[in-house]
Design a binder for this molecule. Sequence first.
Ligand SMILES: Cc1cc2nc3c(=O)[nH]c(=O)nc-3n(C[C@H](O)[C@H](O)[C@H](O)COP(=O)(O)O)c2cc1C
Length: 421
Amino acid sequence: MKVDNFRLQLGKQEYIPIVIGGMGVNISTTELALAAEKLGGIGHISDAEVCYVCDQIFSTSYTTRKRKKYSYNVNNPDKSDVHFDLGDIAEAQKMYVEHTVSRKSGNGAVFMNCMEKLTMRDSSETLRARLSAAMDAGIDGLTLAAGLNLRTLDLIKDHPRFHDVKIGIIISSLRALNIFLKRAIRLRRIPDYIVVEGPLAGGHLGFSPEDWKTYDLYTIVKEVLDFLKSEDLAIPVIPAGGIFTGGDAVRFLQAGASAVQVATRFTITKESGLPNEVKQHYINTEKENIVVNTVSPTGYPMRMLKTSPVLNYSIRPNCEGFGYLLDNKGKCGYIDSYYKALAAKEKGQRLTITDQTCLCTGMAKYDCWTCGDTTYRLKETTNKMADGSWQLPFAEDIFLDYQFSEGQHIEKPSLAEKVNN
Ligand SMILES: Cc1cc2nc3c(=O)[nH]c(=O)nc-3n(C[C@H](O)[C@H](O)[C@H](O)COP(=O)(O)O)c2cc1C
């Protein structure tokens, strides 16, 4: 039995049941999403720090303009003045989505991962602007992430595409699903799919740093499937987190899941946005180097490599240019930690901040090496070359391995491709 024996049905469309999860900031690039789409699966782009991402791709200047506008405030711990321009957000989001969807060439789809916790100093209006612009620009689906997303559907209920765009929710417990569904049912907008993200995933986690080890994705997925059956709700369920082989995926599909969402295996592909030296670092990493910590100002635990440069940051908060994690009062945990550490610092001492980090900067600069729990197994998935470095596979290699390999077999990329590395 292999993944290819199954199909994901979303509305009238049928897909290969492999979804590449959203990885911000621009780790799941346009090219990575399109690779899945071309092969008949589903790829995600992420709208994390979309203005900055556009600056990198299209040489726009959203970040420098914003930084300039608020330059008078850079030494002020009070960031309540600093706002995003909603027009800029919509323009950037449209540009990024259009750039991606206009290049689709297969039978798959491109979805966008939208995180509620990306509060951007005005959590509702900035999220509304991002979601609406993505729909205007023709995105196939919106995956609502990082938060309970209780009010998110209300933000877009009057959009002309509200019932036509695919909408999915990421949850880590049946409780969170129930909370979301209550509102969705009242709005008569049942989600088109449910991603159940377990404790082994990359990025932010819906579990506490103390107890994530006590949870198991398979058990949560079974609970969700049983619940949906008991409620007569036919919503496709997509497990995510630690699904490393085709055989792992088949286990979930046989249990009633409709597809799987995977990410870690794709972090080291040529199409991933991570710099090549970071990809090599991911492959070389050992299990002891993978930790779940609480340095993210979002308040959610996050999995990352212990060697992430972001863990040694002592930079001045960069909210005038970035500010993606400022809450509605203009606050962020890193600002508090930074100014506390600054006040306590003796002359000549190095400024050290250990409890929080400037995640906006860290993610933008690829200094936060967030990863899934299985990252230490990436060595099993590719070839070591004569110079000691690892071959970086194409996303297609990994996708086809998931689709066609049986059991725990992992098909490594063809050695002929090494020439192009
Ligand atoms: C490098 C990396 C970055 C991620 N960033 C995000 C993100 O921005 N938003 C999100 O909802 N999930 C994020 N995730 C989670 C993935 O979308 C996915 O659900 C999960 O990692 C799948 O498990 P796997 O990595 O074990 O295959 C990220 C995962 C990785 C590995």
